[in-house]
Design a protein around this ligand. Sequence first.
Ligand code: LLP
Length: 436
Amino acid sequence: MEQEMNEPGHLMIGGVDAVELASTYGTPLFVYDVNQIRRNARNFVDTFKELGVEAQVAYASKAFSSIAMLQVAKDEGLSLDVVSQGELYTALEASFPPERIHLHGNNKSIQELEMAIDQQIGCIVIDNFFEMELLQGLLAERNASMDVLLRVTPGIEAHTHDYILTGQEDSKFGFDLWNGQADKAVQYLLKDQEHMSLKGLHCHIGSQIFETDGFIMAIRKLYEALGAWKETYGFHPEVLNLGGGFGIKYTDSDEPLPLSHYVHRLVKEVKVQVDSYNFTFPEIWIEPGRAIVGDAGVTLYTIGSIKNIPNVRTYVAVDGGMTDNLRPALYSAKYEAVVANKVNQEKQTTVSIAGKCCESGDMLIWDIDVPIVESGDLLATFSTGAYGYSMSNHYNRFPKSAVVFVEDGHHQLVIKRESYQEMTRLDLPYTPPENV
Ligand code: LLP
């Protein structure tokens, strides 16, 4: 990975010295380079514009949701994918325009649906029959209407380089295209109710995908179904939402496509399908999360204990771990790192980076080459902007880390470090029954 450094050999992030950030805000610290977020967002948005294609690029806020982040997403003209009332609440707190918010989820609660209706968000992506009936009832009570997409599962699973054509779907998400479920849902939406307006289809085939083949297969499957529904119901989709999943670089062995390339390929295939089924070209929606924020985030840690087991391994422990980055423990995810105060020093030794949780699996990186490290050095792990803070947790009662945004040499705290008082604020003392 390429890094910028300054004269004393310190890592620079967005024009700011990482050592200065760590001493100002403490560690563990999430640092986002806002310019990188903007570049990623613009790559998607501008490519659609260049192609003259009507589009919504909906940032999947599960990757990292905070008021500051959603303000940046709003400024960049993105739409927003939320999957819970908490993500929706955060969006509204950030004054995100409701008409650009899309609600997802495989088990949307009455409260979530009510909030979505009352706030007049742009679209609800319907996931299952239970939800469809619930939503219909809530809309009817209010005599309200809502634009909806139908989430379908096209029977394609994509994982990084591979995609699997399953032929049938075993997924908790969406309506199966293969067994008549999606057909039944379309029929209901078009014929049997008045409050939901079906705009089109949604599908999401996976995450951290490096190829476009899986997306192409999915588009073909969607149009097979759409072609049939045109014949049966005269349905013409206004929107095609192809989900997220565009891969990013975590380590040098990752070779994602340029973001614009995904857009070109998707649009090209939709054109082919639209022509062959004689449809008008739909609005294309996509939902990138990782590709917007992943490579914009760096985590800074302070190195503490160093344990050498002669001829076996050196464990270098940092002051965070699976509490701020669950991905290595959960998915064996790989990361790269540097010693942020020694970027100019020669790498002389191989160590493994351990977290500080009481769990052997709490290892951030196995076998990484570094300069000679000492306790008190600063470690920076790269590409931690997606599913890092958002999946952080309180295991071992570690408070949540702070988050800082940097842009053009400026730095600003956007999520405070949690104090112990804040972490325990919801705890109540217990009074045994005999004392009540
Ligand atoms: N849209 C839908 C419907 C999704 O389910 C997801 C991710 C996205 C968009 C955004 O996908 P992205 O562009 O970020 O790949 N925690 C895992 C990732 C889970 C993704 C779940 N859905 C990880 O850390 O790798």
